[in-house]
Design a protein around this ligand. Sequence first.
Ligand SMILES: [Fe+2]
Length: 372
Amino acid sequence: MSDRQSRVPAGPTVKREKSYYENWIDQEGIPIVGGLIVPDLRGDLPMKHWDRKGVAGTFLGLRGGEQSLDAYILEIPPTRNTEPEKYMFEEEYVVLSGRGATTIWLEGGKKQTFEWQEGSVFSPPMNAWRQHFNGSPDQPVRLLVVTNAPVMFNLFRSDEFIFNCDHAFNDRFSGEEDYFSGKGEALPNLVWRSNFIPDVSNFTLKDYAWRGGGSNSKAVMFEMANNTMQSHCAEFPVGTYKKAHRHGPGAHILILSGKGFSLMWKDDGPKEKIDWGPGSLFAPPDMWFHQHFNSGAEPSRYFAVHYGAWRVVVDYFGMADTSTRVGGDQIDYADEDEDIMEIFRSELAKNNATIRPVEEWRFDSLPPDETN
Ligand SMILES: [Fe+2]
């Protein structure tokens, strides 16, 4: 270090105060789970009655949410329902278990109701009224809800505005009676634009080989309710792993099927390993590389909610599909650390699983054609 560098004083070390959103979720009086991963959203969680919703809930507060997106869980007892609500942030719902219905309406407008089941995905339009009902006489409903509430709370810093704004976003939803019918429109870049997915676990996916895994590596992007948030469902084969990549915070990844693990690391730092299976939820932190490995006996399918709706051109993923060789944020197989394959083989052996012949899936391809 030169004399000049040694005289540069250290920067300030001011500890950040809690954000408006963090204070708000503290005040809601329900638990906050936290951590890098929740192993199984369908299992035991520290649920508590949430007065605002009228049912039990917990915030998930995953480390990788980072004041971008957050998530919470609701559990509706048999035959019961949530309180009617409207608010100024976007949400995507995944039905983790049970069956029921949601009623949506605009102030003074006609109510419309659609039914859902395990695996359904939907998004009440921002600031529209919504109320959720458990349709079973004896089974509870568990819902995963991913929101951009941190951004909206921290931007406006007003509960009154978030929960009592009268504005109707008619360009998002104006009471169309078939809004939640499940009809959809296929768009470029693997986008399926729809406001209701009956069962994401069985949705037909399209070729998505540029993230690795070879043929049978598939995905579809979902745009719902004219949101700025987007989601996608992806599946990759047994005995393969995907390429490491990185992007901004907030992408919440729910494992729908399959068993495996992910490595996550920042720059040249140590690799964190998280093991996952059906019901796991995790969110890679801001610009941490993350790499997903299928070390189980069946294809692995996941559903992820994040920013980046193609409709409004939010470029959330940036260079995440482009090789680091040309300045991007995806590591080609040929460039990965040597220990990656060793870790994968070790995990496969634990599960008595075998690697797919590497000539079938370890391709280093050019960035995807933006127009297809
Ligand atoms: Fe990612």
